[in-house]
Design a binder for this molecule. Sequence first.
Ligand code: KIV
Ligand code: ZN
Length: 398
Amino acid sequence: MEITGNNTPDADVTDGKVYIFDTTLRDGEQVPGCQLNTEEKIKIAKSLESLGVDIIEAGFPISSPGDFQSVQAITKAVTEPTICALSRAVEKDIECAAESLKFAKRGRIHTGIGTSDQHIFHKLKTTRENIIERAVKAVKFARNLIDDVEFYAEDAGRTDNEFLAKVVEAAIAAGATVVNIPDTTGFCLPDMYGEKIKFLKENVSNIDKAVISSHCHNDLGMATANSVNALRNGARQVECTINGIGERAGNTSLEEVVMTLKKHPELNLVTGIDTTQLYPLSRMVSETMGMPVQPNKAVVGSNAFAHSSGIHQDGVIKNRENYEIIAPEEVGVQNSDIVLTARSGRAALKFRLGAIGVNVDGEELNSLYKEFLLVADEIKVVQDEDLRQLYRKHQKVA
Ligand code: KIV
Ligand code: ZN
């Protein structure tokens, strides 16, 4: 098995290359009702490869024979990205993860343990010293099986920074190539999370030997902001999922982070993602998982390129950039949508009539508009067929 390669982050990354670590098939798939079979997981993994993600977290192999089999099948079906398998800091988990990766061209074991006092005292019921010992032992054990080992400090978001720095330093000394700083409970504010990353950059003596990874949850709706702030403070890997799917309120949404970096070139942070595949992949994941995307979801929601108020419609018809910072085709959406409702104005009505081959102006447009408002108040959204009917009726009366 080749274990290092183009997609394994260099320890001394100083430029703006951001590694996209997709965990749709692991953290995303943990959502109740979203479980996938091996065939479905392979289909998604292949699309993630084509999208250009650097790392695919394919599953948690010790959790079930089916998950083990899926991870292994993905290592055979997908060759470009690094394939990552999750484990607890437990030898049998780590062995199982290594076994599931044995056919991978590039494989990574992701192992770790809780580091917050909450987890140490109330979940693991142990001491801080014991956590460091277990972290070191797990990383060393994993490094004997594979060259690429990512360490996660679970609940790092609520972990005291001084202690977190000690754990991270020990994990890197034990051989971790990537250190993941999860805000497991989605607790952090963007400034807090950014400062945490900065603190690690400044206080972990061997931090140049590993890549810092952000892993945020969306309990307070700040996962994307937190991830971007982590990158601005020195993280160079971002863990995310398609549609932000994930436990509770979800994980950082891949499409939001990628488009934020694309829309802000002044940040000098770049990904290798082909953004034109974002929308089709979002739909595919939503359908495969049976998990609808909220209409107002940033970047990929059905309303993300829809305009329904008169002022906005008039502005978009004059120049799309008046109200859109993303061109629909940049993310694989065909067109902006001018939705006709009772809030629409004459410009939108004229525009949509034009699209069905009816060109009206002046007084005729005014009188049609009055009739249109009556229909719109009644049926809420006026579709092309309703417009045709409206126009036919109008012609008869005129
Ligand atoms: O949120 C979290 O802490 C995780 C870890 C297992 C990486 O998903
Ligand atoms: Zn998580």
